[in-house]
Design a protein around this ligand. Structure first.
Ligand SMILES: CC(C)(COP(=O)(O)OP(=O)(O)OC[C@H]1O[C@@H](n2cnc3c(N)ncnc32)[C@H](O)[C@@H]1OP(=O)(O)O)[C@@H](O)C(=O)NCCC(=O)NCCS
Length: 177
């Protein structure tokens, strides 16, 4: 018989693939698993994927995608973080922290100075707990119909001790991730 005490300590790994099937394994097939449908935005898929498995089952994910943006008119790149997901029955056990740590450790190897994510207002305290900070500036992003103001909170975290973020309005020159 297996009890929780005998389960191996979870570790995060890089995933070779992450499709709708893997997302459904974590979050199910509901119409709005991230609770952002109301914003009516078109999102980009992520390029690199990190996950936590419990036995054969994928229970957590975080994705990365390099983003072109300008801040105060200065062109730069941030690492976009998205698709952060933990299966409902294993939430509150540090798996988001674990999988985000793995994703950001990888992001640090790219030489980029900052990571960025968009989230529901409800999740701002959770990400703050993990070291992220909300951007006060307006953030504009691309959509199929043109540039729009991002209605969701935008949060960033430095990837290096010497990271310095330019001031000014932020314009993501792609769809959000
Ligand atoms: C958001 C989500 C990923 C969190 O996963 P989780 O595994 O429960 O998160 P964790 O247990 O790793 O918690 C992360 C940290 O936030 C803290 N935290 C959780 N809720 C908090 C709150 N309301 N306020 C402040 N801190 C909070 C935790 O205590 C933990 O900090 P600690 O490690 O110092 O104790 C999960 O609820 C989820 O998949 N939701 C649906 C999909 C979604 O909305 N994803 C986010 C897209 S941006």
């Amino acid at each position: 018989m297996t009890d929780r005490g005998s389960l191996p300590h979870p570790t995060a790994v890089r995933l070779a693939r992450y499709t709708k099937t893997e997302q459904s394994e974590i979050l199910g097939d509901g119409p709005d698993p991230f609770g952002v449908a109301e914003a009516g935005l078109t999102w980009l898929p992520k390029e690199d994927h990190f996950g936590v498995r419990q036995g054969d089952r994928l229970v957590a994910h975080a994705g990365l995608l390099r983003l072109p943006l300008s801040i105060g008119g200065v062109d730069t790149e941030f690492m976009g973080v998205g698709g952060v997901a933990v299966a409902p029955d294993v939430r509150g056990r540090g798996l988001a922290r674990l999988v985000l740590t793995a994703a950001l450790d990888h992001a640090r190897t790219t030489g980029l100075h900052h990571a960025l994510l968009f989230c529901r207002p409800l999740l701002v305290p959770l990400y703050e707990r993990l070291g992220w900070r909300t951007l006060d500036e307006d953030v504009h992003v691309e959509q199929p119909g043109g540039t729009v103001k991002m209605p969701l909170p935008t949060m960033t975290i430095p990837l290096r001790a010497d990271a310095h973020r330019p001031d000014g309005p932020v314009h993501l020159r792609s769809l959000p991730m």
